[in-house]
Design a protein around this ligand. Structure first.
Ligand code: ADP
Ligand code: MG
Length: 273
């Protein structure tokens, strides 16, 4: 007869997912060019631990490049970024260059989760395998614990019954919720969303925004590039308007989205609202 399966250890939800204090992000004078095109032009921005920031602006204004710089998927040309005081990537300070080693960059990136417009799930892995992969390989969690945490996360995004499905068997909204669960599995201090609902059919947008809204109460620092102005108004502490690689305006949604100072912000809002 087959040997008995080892019992899955009982793990209480609170021990599975202890709250992770959000990270403080400081972006200081960051510039970045692609060839002759200046995509970020001396951008400075401070984000408090646990805050929710919405970045808005036209296509091509540099929003994705800024997000990618925060976890050093993009190397900046000047200025620097720190999370909880720890430098991300590199800093040129006068003649002195501080540059992290690749393995240190990878170690820091664990603190910064990212959710993309196009979900980016592994198509050949089931939902649960998609979520378990990084905690096992990156955090070194025992597989049983990673599976227990993944089930907990799936329940949190409303997909407890989809653990064994493959991504192609899910709707876009469900895939994006899996992608969020996968990002959470590394217990990030910071979670970056790059237009998380732009690829979704309109009727599926709400289910993803609801999950992000729930996360906004969790204490993780969130940065969300979005065209969902109503959502930004409801959830963000701070709205940042970008144009041509610069921050033209920032402040609480009640001001920036209702009575912006800058005429360009007004024009942009008139177009998207
Ligand atoms: P947004 O997210 O606001 O639409 P991006 O940050 O994606 O803007 O891009 C800003 C500008 O930089 C765009 O003009 C884009 O074409 C250009 N760009 C982005 N990535 C690259 C790259 N890897 N090489 C060359 N140009 C790029
Ligand atoms: Mg973009």
């Amino acid at each position: 007869s087959a040997p008995a399966r080892p019992a899955v250890p009982a793990v209480s939800p609170s021990s599975v997912l202890p709250a992770r204090q959000g990270g403080e992000i400081r972006i200081t004078n960051v510039s970045k060019s692609f060839g002759p095109l200046k995509v970020l032009d001396a951008v400075s921005l401070a984000l408090r631990p646990g805050s929710v920031t919405a970045i808005i602006g036209q296509s091509g204004s540099g929003k994705s490049t800024l997000l990618r710089a925060i976890n050093h998927l993009e190397r900046v040309d000047a200025g620097f970024i720190a999370i909880d005081g720890d430098l991300i990537g590199y800093r040129q300070d006068g003649d002195t260059l501080y540059e992290l080693k690749e393995k240190d960059i990878l170690a820091r990136r664990v603190d910064v989760g990212m959710v993309f417009q196009s979900f980016n799930l592994f198509p050949h892995l089931t939902v649960i395998e998609n979520i378990v992969e990084a905690p096992v390989t990156v955090r070194g969690l025992p597989r049983a614990q990673a599976v227990a945490e993944a089930r907990e996360l799936l329940a949190r995004v409303g997909l407890a019954d989809k653990a064994d499905a493959y991504p192609r068997q899910l709707s876009g909204g469900q895939q994006q919720r899996v992608a969020i669960a996968r990002a959470l599995a590394l217990r990030p201090k910071v979670l970056l969303f790059d237009e998380p609902t732009s690829a979704l059919d309109p009727e599926l947008v709400g289910e993803v925004l609801d999950v992000i809204k729930e996360l906004s109460l969790s204490g993780t620092t969130l940065v969300i590039v979005t065209h969902e102005i109503g959502f930004a108004r409801e959830v963000a502490d701070q709205v940042v308007f970008m144009e041509d690689g610069r921050i033209l305006e920032q402040g609480p949604p009640s001001r920036v989205l209702t009575a912006p100072d800058h005429p360009r912000t007004r024009e942009f809002l008139a177009k998207v609202l």
